[in-house]
Design a protein around this ligand. Structure first.
Ligand SMILES: [Zn+2]
Length: 479
């Protein structure tokens, strides 16, 4: 299939120009003015007048199955929020539906790739991965599936100070078992040419042994896979690293050999100057999840310091229970303007054009694929999004990229191509039946007010002690 996109507005170095873009098979074949229509072969002509064409963004960190709990968990810090999150039992069918939902929302906010740090259902791990792969294949989004693995019990994710009582689950899968799960996923599903890639993705230093990190490095090297992990999302994790390694988590990961140009790290809130330098020299990527960091009170990542040090930065929505949406444009907006607070030198503030490049090319870089997608370049994959500039939220005609980033675009995505295949047209995902998806999600959920797990109640006193918060009496516990 080929497409001729006519009269699209694209950004140039200084401004904008109107061009035609020819897509042949999976690639951008030509960009120029008044390109000829290839007669005699299927060539769909797209009228892109008054529309802005951009490279697709990467939703560079999310957990798709959290969609089932979005809006539900009260305002809590990560460590307590997690106890509520993991209190839910999901089925593979639900995982399938929430992966579809995550893909749809990513596409309709300009994303063409998603990194799904997928939480496997205990006891049904392989089915979980298969369900998500099925969903992404059906939608046609470029998916980087990162099975979230850990080999230490939940209670190990907190510093050992304070009460030593561990009234929490102490079972954890063995290192061998989780590595075998990833190995199976690679053998079954790692098909980058078919838009599905597997990443090695230990959840982070808080719940993973060195042996697990080393096993992931070995798999990544053997199969040429990208690496992913959470990194120093909260102050508690920084305290834990000090206790566990006697120093910086970043130094430790460097010594293990986990960092590098194929490694992307979510959050990176609690890094110091020396840590930042390590990320720069190893060419690791930071995935900024501003909404999740705000929602969970994790902190403000030192984004301008990363940029100044030359660290590649891109954006993620993070899971829908800590955001509570998958609106990539919202993450890009907040992830840019938030940092105007942290540095009074406005020359370092992130411009809308820089934000767009971070979300597209920066995302591709973090997946070691900057030569494959992430920019409007002839020869690259046709992973593209077309925005309707006559949409009310993008009026009046000012600076289209300025308004796209700083405004609040609503249903502004007109068309999306992934790997040269058009899967959004006239603002609708065309590869799956979205009304049926909505119906199924509706029927499998119910309205309720708030949530509180027993595990959270058991953990709260210890968490407060670790954080130096005043103790609370049992009747004051949050709910
Ligand atoms: Zn996450």
């Amino acid at each position: 299939m080929s497409y001729l996109i006519q009269n699209a507005l694209i950004p140039t170095e200084q401004g904008y120009e109107t061009v035609d873009v020819q897509i042949e098979a999976d690639r951008i074949a030509a960009i120029g003015s008044e390109l000829p229509i290839n007669k005699g072969q299927p060539n769909t002509v797209i009228d892109a007048q008054n529309k802005l064409l951009l490279p697709g963004f990467v939703n560079a960190h999310t957990h798709s199955s959290e969609m089932w709990q979005r809006g539900l968990i009260p305002p809590l810090p990560l460590e307590l929020w997690l106890t509520d999150l993991y209190d839910f039992a999901l089925t593979p069918e639900q995982v399938y539906l929430s992966a579809l939902g995550t893909a749809v929302e990513t596409l309709l906010t300009g994303g063409t790739s998603v990194v799904d740090h997928l939480v496997p259902i205990p006891g049904r791990e392989a089915e979980t991965i298969a369900a998500a792969v099925r969903a992404y294949r059906e939608v046609g989004i470029r998916a980087f599936l990162a099975p979230l693995i850990q080999d230490e019990p939940f209670a190990a994710g907190l510093p050992q100070r304070g009460t030593s009582g561990t009234a929490f689950k102490t079972d954890a899968p063995t290192t061998e078992a989780v590595l075998a799960l990833v190995q199976d996923a690679i053998e079954q599903f790692h098909q980058p040419d078919d838009r599905i890639s597997i990443l090695v993705a230990p959840t982070g230093i808080q719940l993973c042994s060195d042996v697990l990190f080393e096993g992931c490095i070995e798999l990544s090297d053997r199969h040429n896979l990208c690496r992913h992990a959470h990194l120093l999302e909260t102050k508690v994790q920084k305290m834990l690293a000090q206790e566990k390694y006697g120093g910086s988590a970043v130094t430790h990961l460097k010594q293990l050999g986990y960092l590098g140009p194929r490694t992307s790290l979510a959050h990176c809130v609690w890094l110091n100057e020396a840590d930042i330098e390590i990320l720069a020299t190893t060419q690791s990527t930071v995935v900024h999840n501003p909404l999740s960091n705000l929602r969970l009170g994790s902190g403000i990542a030192p984004l301008l310091k990363y940029r100044k040090a030359g660290v590649n930065v891109t954006f993620g929505c993070d899971g829908s229970a800590s955001n509570d949406s998958q609106d990539l444009l919202e993450a890009i907006k907040i992830g840019s303007i938030l940092h105007n607070l942290t540095d009074s030198d406005y020359n370092a503030w992130i411009t809308p054009r820089e934000a767009i490049e971070m979300a597209s090319l920066g995302g591709a870089r973090g997946l070691n694929a900057a030569d494959q997608f992430g920019s409007l370049t002839v020869g690259k994959k046709a992973d593209l999004a077309l925005y309707d500039l006559t949409n009310f939220s993008l009026l009046p005609c000012t600076d289209p990229i300025g308004l796209l980033v700083l405004g609040r675009p609503a249903q502004a995505v007109h068309s999306v191509w992934v790997d040269g295949q058009q899967i959004v047209s006239a603002g609708q995902v065309t590869s799956i039946d979205v009304s049926q998806l909505k119906q199924e999600i509706f029927e499998r959920s119910q309205w309720r007010a708030g949530y509180s797990s027993l595990t959270r109640v058991a953990l709260e006193a210890r968490y407060r002690e670790i954080m130096g918060l005043s103790p609370i009496s049992p009747d004051q516990q949050s709910s």
